[in-house]
Design a protein around this ligand. Structure first.
Ligand SMILES: *Cc1c(COP(=O)(O)O)cnc(C)c1O
Length: 367
């Protein structure tokens, strides 16, 4: 052991040392269909004006930590109910950390507060809970990716979770849970637990719990601009009852949104119709791609309300490797959870990229 190894062993938590870093593969030269990015950009006609706005931003100053203008634009454009505000995160990933940090606790006997989520789920729910020192409980979905209601009710009764994460639609499965089931679970948590409805794919699903905030005091609705087309600027937002939101705002690092993100997001929200039209285009492309996948022999494609499709093949490892050698990057989920055996997730992209993916997949399935 070197002295640096000893230092790490003496200072860094064992559970942190044991995990590997969040893996992002090198994608240069690939058709990138692994991360649910919007393939379209803002139109070139808008670039000069955006450039001028960014150039005018006061890079020498800290951002104003209230972010009043941007928050007002989000509330006005994105359907936040009257009387409700949002707080902003450096991506919704940061908001998940903030929620977990604010709720994590441990009693004298060492029992830790619990994060509950149906699984398979977005990996950050587990990671963030672990890093905050919370216990993560995953309750398997049914074979058709619905909430297993008896198991969810039992898990809430026995674990008393502080936080329940429900992605709506779910990643990586793509489906929407039954809204009445979700409402029942949110009610069941009552004043003992928070329910976070993660609507990262809301631009594609076109259904939301946002308007239901006033009905549930323990509901937090979380969204992001990432999947809508602005993954690069890193901006997430969440809304909840104002008194609850104020608690999370204490945990948020005061200047967490940088001035360039602030300016770019305000600009994009002025042109939200362009982003919405891109989402409509991608929804149309999803229908086409889904039908084409279903027509391939040996492929089972699942229902999706997001900008990606989950499908099953006979050998996901072989197919993923063949796609990679054809320079197409998808996400192999076969090892993530037993319910996802031999499943692959592909982002819906432009007609050209979808066609190239289908050609490479057809080749991979027959070679
Ligand atoms: C992509 C994704 C996020 C992360 O969004 P960022 O705002 O880019 O951090 C959150 N939740 C789900 C379910 C996602 O798929």
């Amino acid at each position: 052991m070197t002295s640096l190894d000893r230092l790490i062993a003496n200072t860094i938590r064992a559970d942190v040392r044991a995990v590997s870093s969040y893996n992002v593969p090198d994608s240069s030269g690939y058709i990138k269909l692994d991360a649910m990015e919007n393939p379209y950009q803002l139109p070139p006609a808008l670039h000069a004006e955006l450039g001028q706005r960014l150039a005018a931003a006061a890079l020498n100053r800290y951002p104003l930590p209230a972010y009043a203008t941007l928050k007002a634009a989000i509330c006005a454009e994105l359907g936040v109910p009257e009387g409700y505000d949002v707080i902003l995160g450096n991506g919704s990933d940061e908001l998940i950390s903030i929620i977990d940090m604010a709720t994590a606790s441990q009693d004298r006997q060492g029992a830790r507060s619990v994060v509950l989520a149906p699984v398979p789920a977005f990996v950050m729910y587990q990671r963030s809970a672990q890093f905050a020192g919370m216990e993560f409980i995953g309750v398997p979905l049914t074979a058709d990716f619905a909430l297993d209601m008896p198991a969810m009710r039992a898990a809430i009764a026995s674990h008393q979770p502080s936080v329940l994460y429900l992605a709506y639609p779910n990643n990586p499965t793509g489906n929407l849970y039954d809204a009445a089931d979700m409402a029942e679970l949110i009610d069941l948590l009552g004043d003992k637990g928070l329910a976070v409805v993660d609507e990262a794919y809301e631009p594609f699903a076109q259904t939301s719990f946002m308007e239901h905030l006033p009905e549930f005091p323990n509901l937090i609705v979380m969204r992001t601009l990432s999947k809508l087309g602005l993954a690069g600027i890193r901006l997430g937002y969440m809304s909840a009852a104002p008194a609850l939101l104020a608690q999370f705002d204490k945990v948020r690092p005061p200047y967490n949104i940088n001035v360039l993100t602030q300016v770019a997001a305000e600009f994009a929200l002025e042109h939200i119709d362009i982003l919405d039209a891109q989402a409509d285009t991608l929804n149309g492309a999803r229908t086409t791609l889904s039908a084409a996948l279903a027509a391939l022999p040996g492929v089972q494609v699942f229902e999706s309300s997001a900008n990606f499709l989950l499908f099953r093949v006979a050998d996901a490892d072989a197919v993923t490797a063949k796609l990679a050698s054809a320079k197409v990057l998808v996400k192999n989920l076969g090892k993530m959870h037993p319910l996802l055996a031999h499943c692959i997730r592909v982002t819906v992209s432009t007609p050209e990229e979808n066609t190239a993916f289908l050609a490479a997949l057809t080749e991979a399935l027959t070679s």
